[in-house]
Design a protein around this ligand. Structure first.
Ligand SMILES: [Zn+2]
Length: 354
């Protein structure tokens, strides 16, 4: 009797575990970056320490998101340590993160107050440049910074290098997240809305996924400094950011579903042309950030290789356009391949069929 029960139990567990595995959800990886740390205190308006406040808020954001079963949180730091700006981006890139959120507090000689969110841009207005310069100044504390940032002088307004195509691709998504965060600050918490802005923040240049930098408020403003240094203020601000991030993730999920629904039915008898971008032993996620910004890349396993195709079309002229696009993005060796009934045929044969 006992044995039977054990067997039944084992079998149930087996079923349960397998079902669970089968329905395993995609985990969205969110990197939360507390600005500054260690020898870099950030701004110290009214005697408050930016590095300590942003760490507490960052950890609180992470705690809230870790409660969601489809989110995985990674911190760039969870203690009071100095981390190079490039390293922060590196952590996110290696984790193949879906999102990078950097948390800061602002300072000013005036009584300015309010919360703002930044996305990467070449040049904002003069006011934003001052903020970017302050936040980028951490670089000067890094060993070897001249080598690392190749001619980037954080104190110079002219030190601006062009954005990569990938960063431009990510801009739309970054803007969506930034406006969700600002909406929560302004309407849920009634903070003074300093809006979504663009500027050349070094920490945002280092990442290859949608990224934002949040300025929670001004420590130099007496009232706001006190609020941001309080547990209540930190919890409220953290919840506003975490809720916005989760809303953004839910939007992503909806988009995925829409993409699947709009997939074109494939006529198996027709000739289909595609651009072969690459053939590799490495299994890459077919996300645009892995393919220099190209969208709708298809991955097909052939023997022990993965082939990556782009620009599926039954019209040769269309796929020629796709080839041009791929080459322009740097896939110099890309070429057109043809399929009939799902089988690869020679391009010559395919063109003769028409
Ligand atoms: Zn800062």
């Amino acid at each position: 009797m006992k044995n039977k029960f054990l067997l039944f139990f084992a079998f149930t567990c087996f079923l349960f575990c397998n079902t669970n595995h089968f329905f395993a959800q995609k985990k969205y990886v969110v990197v939360i970056d507390a600005g500054h740390g260690g020898k870099d205190p950030g701004n110290t308006g009214n005697g408050y320490k930016e590095k300590s406040i942003v760490l507490k808020v960052a950890l609180a954001i992470g705690n809230l998101l870790n409660n969601k079963k489809d989110v995985k949180v990674i911190y760039t730091r969870h203690t009071d340590v100095f981390i190079d700006l490039w390293k922060r981006g590196d952590i996110a890139n290696h984790a193949k993160a879906d999102l990078f959120v950097s948390i800061h507090c602002d300072s000013h000689t005036s009584n300015a107050y309010g919360a703002g969110t930044f996305v990467l841009g070449l040049r904002g207005n003069k006011k934003n440049l001052e903020i970017a310069k302050r936040e980028n100044a951490s670089i000067l504390l890094e060993d070897n910074f001249e080598k690392r940032y190749k001619g980037f002088d954080p104190n110079s307004a002219e030190s601006v290098i062009g954005l990569s195509l990938l960063q431009e691709e990510n801009l739309d998504k970054s803007l969506v997240l930034a406006s969700l965060i600002q909406t929560n600050f302004a309407f849920k918490l009634k903070r003074n809305d300093r809006k979504v802005k663009q500027d050349n923040f070094q920490v945002l240049r280092e990442t290859i996924m949608p990224s934002v930098l949040v300025e929670l408020g001004f420590l130099t403003n007496k009232r706001e400094g006190r609020y941001l240094n309080s547990k209540k203020g930190q919890q409220e601000m953290a919840k506003a950011v975490a809720d916005a991030i989760y809303k953004y993730i839910n939007n992503l999920k909806l988009n995925t579903v829409a993409d699947q629904n709009s997939a074109k039915p494939v006529n198996q008898n027709a000739i289909v042309y595609k651009v072969q971008l690459a053939s590799s032993k490495t299994k890459l996620a077919t996300k645009s950030y892995n393919f220099k910004g190209l969208k709708n890349v298809e991955r097909v396993a052939v023997d022990s290789y993965f082939k990556y195709y782009f620009g599926n079309s039954g019209v040769y002229k269309e796929v020629q356009k796709s080839l041009k696009k791929a080459k322009a993005k740097g896939y110099k060796t890309a070429f057109i391949v043809a399929f009939k009934n799902g089988e690869k045929i020679s391009l010559k044969e395919a063109l003769k069929t028409k």
